[in-house]
Write a protein of this length. Structure first.
Length: 162
């Protein structure tokens, strides 16, 4: 199915606007800096009911119901509903998953500097196979999903999940 979708891409309307991510087409003037922290796996803080945050090692979420959020705060408690600590493997998976959703892709040098060449190198067979099949492009130390494969990007992302 994925191959057919990519081969017949010319029958789909051509996407002409710049892409911040494969999931959403945006004009360059509309690109949001606050979203860039999320896409680049950098720390961010979310405020309010249902907000999510990330400190580089942990992700957490506030209560989603505004009433419950307010009750917890008014009582001096924490409004957090969940906290998840990311292992190095989780972080690498998210780095690939989020990076490949960006038009610019993933910088493998950054990944190697952050988690070590050995840990990142375990993805080399996956990367080589996807390049050989035409699902991703590699230029020096950067990989990205070509526009012709956007329709099957979720299948590509799954290759980087353990």
């Amino acid at each position: 199915m994925a191959r057919t979708a990519c081969r017949t891409k010319n029958s789909w309307p051509r996407l002409t606007r710049p892409h911040a991510s494969t999931s959403r087409s945006v004009g360059t003037s509309n690109m949001r800096r606050h979203n860039q922290k999320y896409w680049q796996l950098r720390p961010y803080v979310g405020l309010g009911a249902g907000a999510h945050s990330f400190d580089g090692l942990r992700r957490w979420a506030n209560e989603t119901a505004p009433e419950e959020y307010q009750v917890k705060l008014a009582g001096g408690g924490s409004p957090l509903s969940e906290i998840r600590r990311l292992s190095p493997e989780d972080q690498i998976e998210e780095f690939f998953f989020l990076g490949l959703r960006q038009h610019v892709g993933v910088d493998l040098r950054v990944a190697s500097e952050r988690w070590g060449r050995t840990r990142v190198g375990r993805w080399e067979p996956t990367i080589s196979g996807l390049v050989r099949e035409g699902w991703i492009e590699r230029r020096a130390e950067r990989i990205r999903i070509p526009e012709r494969a956007y329709l099957v990007s979720n299948e590509i992302f799954q290759q980087f999940l353990v």
